[in-house]
Ligand binder design. Structure first.
Ligand SMILES: C[S@@+](CC[C@H](N)C(=O)[O-])C[C@H]1O[C@@H](n2cnc3c(N)ncnc32)[C@H](O)[C@@H]1O
Length: 220
């Protein structure tokens, strides 16, 4: 049987059923981000619920969030790892970082370290095998480079996630050309997806949630 297509009514039903807490958290965080002109390109509420569920299931304690924006994914991870856990989140844009810091303070989340600057620079100085879970959700042109570093930084048995695996809905659209403003990003995601599933040190799966998420459990 094929998967059930997701229409607007089913989507609303799902969010209302399982992701009302995440929606409420998002509303608080977005209010401040909007004032600062930070774009709404975060993960979706039901995807946030899934990430929170997943981190609890694997008992993650050390998590790396590549691409903070105004801090929604980091906040969800922070709640999932608990007060004795740690979330490191990486953000290039100073205004985004500022808005995320304000949000973490408002929500009283103290187990998050936000490092500002190019993510790859910070990742270079992090220790091998440190993280239980790493989510890649920053600039698409660097996705392959993030994956290489993530493979070094994640522990044996840990998980790497790649967000936007459906490339804003265009991943399988063969009619896309350079005329599409997202063409380069779409191509980067296609290359990333292919490289991700070909990686011998990972067993991968594709989750059709939000804009799609690749998950790989790492054996080293
Ligand atoms: C899609 S948003 C992240 C959304 C966030 N994960 C969430 O769901 O709440 C991508 C973020 O990555 C940041 N970014 C882009 N290039 C970056 C880089 N080289 N290093 C660190 N962050 C970067 C952008 O400024 C943006 O805030």
């Amino acid at each position: 049987m094929k998967a059930t297509p997701l229409n607007e009514d089913i989507y609303k039903y799902i969010v209302n059923l399982v992701a009302r807490d995440e929606e409420a958290t998002l509303e608080i965080m977005q209010a401040h981000a909007n004032q600062m002109g930070v774009p709404p390109i975060m993960i979706s509420p039901e995807q946030a619920r899934f990430v929170g569920f997943f981190l609890r299931a694997i008992k993650a304690k050390r998590v790396l969030d590549i691409g903070t924006l105004f801090g929604f994914s980091a906040a969800i991870m922070s709640q999932a790892v608990g007060v004795d856990g740690e979330v490191v989140t990486l953000e290039f844009e100073p205004v985004h970082a500022q808005s995320a810091r304000k949000n973490f303070k408002t929500l009283g989340l103290e187990n998050i370290s936000l490092l500002q600057g190019p993510a790859l620079d910070h990742m270079k100085s992090m220790p091998d095998n440190y993280f239980d879970f790493i989510m890649i959700d920053a600039d698409k042109k660097n996705y392959l480079a993030y994956l290489e570093d993530a493979l070094r930084l994640v522990r044996n048995g840990g998980i790497i996630a790649g967000d936007n695996a459906m490339a804003f809905g265009f991943v399988a659209d063969q009619t896309i050309t350079h005329m599409n403003p997202d063409y380069e990003n779409i191509q980067s995601i296609r290359e990333f997806n292919a490289r991700f599933v070909a990686e011998k040190r990972m067993f991968s799966s594709f989750v059709t949630i939000g804009d799609g998420m690749l998950l790989g459990v790492v054996s080293k």
